[in-house]
Design a protein around this ligand. Structure first.
Ligand SMILES: Cc1cc2nc3c(=O)[nH]c(=O)nc-3n(C[C@H](O)[C@H](O)[C@H](O)COP(=O)(O)O)c2cc1C
Length: 378
């Protein structure tokens, strides 16, 4: 008698491989990244304390307690169901939104749905984002959103990953019409996100015209799908043709923040976020909220869900402490803080003609207590 072997589609198997490959190709923790090119200027005399900091905001008409979310990762297999259950419990306890991994697999393998539905089951009242790829139709988008009773839909665009994957897509002509009809048909916000290569001004302009509510730049610097796909093929020797492709998260945020603000589109930051300081850097550079995938997954898989919860609690305190240190009560205040942009990021911005973020207007109080507002910064 042959034992019954569960049928696992190639797409679902790939999601399991991505978990291991993402861990195996993570950059070393102490390797500098573009985030290190953004530093804050220390003020020695803050006039507020941690109790004055208010990090809560309203996003997509829902209260957002913290400017942080667990970004898209997995689903589709038994193993990923367990990972999603753990991530959802951590997100629920920390009051953070959570995104599902790509749900496209359920349109080929209906049995895979449970590994995504678990996100809502474990976290019935939290903010949950469904996730599909840009090949999906508006009907499929509606189905995915219904399945999770999702608060928003992420549509990921991942051309570099597809082209670096043996079995990946080779043409993308359906993406724009699909995104447009998804935006038109859905009554909840549509977020278009990259998966680690960044979103440029020109791409953001197109997305805004297609009707998106939010853009998550998900830039280079953390999880690298060019390296992940190379790892899956067993070809890690040498450099791959896409290993250094794309814009870093700080570069992408700086490039599109004004465009998004003018268009009333919510800007989200993710890609390579390693610490509470990186979260605050993203917020300073224009993100309303910040997504983390690889760093949280690594903690979960290597040290367990309790440790991930502890680290998130530490980050929350540290984010509040950094706000107090910067004398900022809110995310809006933070936009006015003085930063210094150096190194490779400065060079890239200069080379591309993108204005280097200017510091907020200094407020200088003279010795006699006379306030001089509006003094131009250097
Ligand atoms: C194991 C793994 C699987 C992922 N799967 C998806 C996915 O299904 N859909 C998606 O939009 N992004 C996916 N991503 C990309 C992340 O959402 C994020 O954009 C990217 O990893 C950059 O963030 P990070 O550097 O914090 O990991 C995945 C990331 C990881 C680590």
């Amino acid at each position: 008698m042959t034992a019954e072997v569960p049928v696992v589609s190639a797409r679902s198997r790939r999601k399991d491989e991505h978990l291991d490959a993402a861990m195996a190709t993570r950059p070393p923790e102490d390797e500098p990244t573009t985030f290190d090119d953004v530093s804050f200027v220390h003020g020695a005399l803050p006039s507020i304390g941690v109790d004055d900091v208010r990090l809560g905001q309203v996003m997509f008409a829902r209260p957002l307690a913290h400017p942080l979310y667990v970004n898209a990762m997995t689903g589709g297999t038994e193993r990923s169901r367990k990972v999603n259950a753990d991530l959802a419990a951590v997100a629920r306890d920390a009051d953070l939104p959570i995104a599902s991994g790509s749900m496209a697999t359920i349109f080929r393998d209906a049995d895979a749905a449970g590994s995504f539905e678990i996100l809502r089951k474990v976290n019935p009242r939290g903010i949950v984002f469904a996730n599909i790829n840009a090949n999906c139709t508006a009907d499929q988008a509606l189905y995915a959103v219904d399945l999770l009773a999702a608060d928003a839909l992420q549509v990921h665009v991942n051309a570099a990953q597809e082209l670096g994957m043996d079995e990946g897509d080779r043409s993308f002509g359906e993406w724009r019409p699909n995104i447009e009809s998804i935006c038109r048909r859905l009554e909840i916000p549509v977020i278009v996100k990259e998966v680690g290569f960044g979103i440029s001004w020109n791409s953001a302009r197109v997305l805004i015209d297609l009707g998106v509510s939010a853009i998550d730049v998900s830039g280079r610097g953390g999880t690298n799908f060019a390296r992940i796909e190379r790892y899956r093929r067993g070809g890690m020797a040498g450099r791959g043709f896409l290993d250094d492709w794309g814009q870093s998260t700080p570069e992408a945020l700086i490039e599109i923040r004004d465009l998004c603000e003018t268009a009333g589109v919510v800007l989200l930051g993710s890609g390579g976020v390693r610490s509470s300081l990186d979260v605050v850097r993203c917020l300073r550079l224009g993100a309303r909220a910040v997504g983390v995938s690889g760093a949280f997954l690594s903690l979960l898989l290597h040290e367990g869900a309790d440790r991930l919860s502890e680290v998130i609690a530490e980050w929350k305190y540290e984010i509040t402490a950094l706000f107090a240190l910067l004398n900022c009560s809110t995310v809006d205040d933070l936009r006015e803080t003085e930063i210094c942009v150096t190194g490779g990021l400065r060079e890239r911005l200069l080379a591309r003609g993108i204005p280097i973020p200017q510091q907020g207007t200094h407020r200088i109080t003279t010795e006699v207590g006379r306030k001089i507002d509006g003094l131009e910064t250097r």
